[in-house]
Design a protein around this ligand. Structure first.
Ligand SMILES: Cc1cc2nc3c(=O)[nH]c(=O)nc-3n(C[C@H](O)[C@H](O)[C@H](O)COP(=O)(O)OP(=O)(O)OC[C@H]3O[C@@H](n4cnc5c(N)ncnc54)[C@H](O)[C@@H]3O)c2cc1C
Length: 184
């Protein structure tokens, strides 16, 4: 797990981003499911748990999801289950590590830009904008291609539209975990 000299628990995204930008080295604490495997030391850890970023809201023709919303909560949300034939909920169910489902957050997945993510391809097939503190919004596709900019992801907006989906996740087994007899 990472360590830090100081930890702050700001009560707004603006305060969180301000503190993060002013520190010589800083990290956001979200669900800590990625950070628990890392060993770096930071001057400041900015705990986002009280920054008001956990929500799922219907706003006109968009659905807004806050960055600190845990993945399990997105998975069971009736609003999300109705969206795109439930593909987003099913993608979260396919995350093999149950701790990631339980504690991992949307912001952690989006900012991680993981090529192995089962959730990002589904979101890329919808119209999704990433909301950034002090930097406005940009399409998820553009955001994923940007180099890290030290940004705070505050959430995403998904366009509510009639789409038809077919969904299948396939993870290629690693050599060590494949026990298939040769030739089958
Ligand atoms: C074993 C394992 C399996 C995984 N499998 C999958 C998978 O199948 N599918 C998938 O999608 N992902 C997978 N992941 C990646 C996983 O999504 C992330 O590691 C985790 O969800 C990060 O979310 P978190 O909330 O725990 O973030 P944290 O661990 O708290 O933070 C991780 C990093 O993200 C940054 N961060 C967090 N929130 C924000 C924010 N709002 N704005 C800017 N930066 C932020 C932090 O500064 C930190 O650098 C896997 C990870 C592991 C370790």
């Amino acid at each position: 797990m990472i360590t830090s000299t100081t930890t702050l628990v700001p009560d707004s995204p603006a305060a969180a981003y301000d503190a993060y930008r002013q520190a010589a080295s800083a990290v956001f604490l979200a669900g800590t499911q990625g950070l628990k495997y890392r060993k770096e030391h930071y001057e400041l850890a900015v705990d986002l748990s009280k920054a008001g970023l956990s929500y799922i809201e219907e706003e006109g023709d968009e659905i807004d999801i806050g960055a600190m919303t845990p993945l399990w909560q997105i998975k069971i949300s009736p609003v999300i289950q109705k969206l795109a034939g439930g593909a987003v909920s099913r993608a979260i169910s396919d995350i093999a590590d149950k701790d990631i489902q339980r504690y991992g957050t949307l912001g952690g997945v989006i900012s991680g830009k993981g090529a192995f993510s089962v959730l990002l391809p589904i979101l890329l097939s919808l119209h999704v904008d990433v909301l950034l503190q002090d930097k406005g919004r940009m399409s998820l596709e553009d955001y994923l291609q940007c180099p890290p900019m030290g940004e705070l992801v505050t959430g995403i907006s998904i366009a509510r539209e009639e789409v038809y989906t077919a969904y299948k996740a396939y993870r290629r087994p690693s050599r060590s975990s494949c026990h298939c007899p040769v030739g089958q």
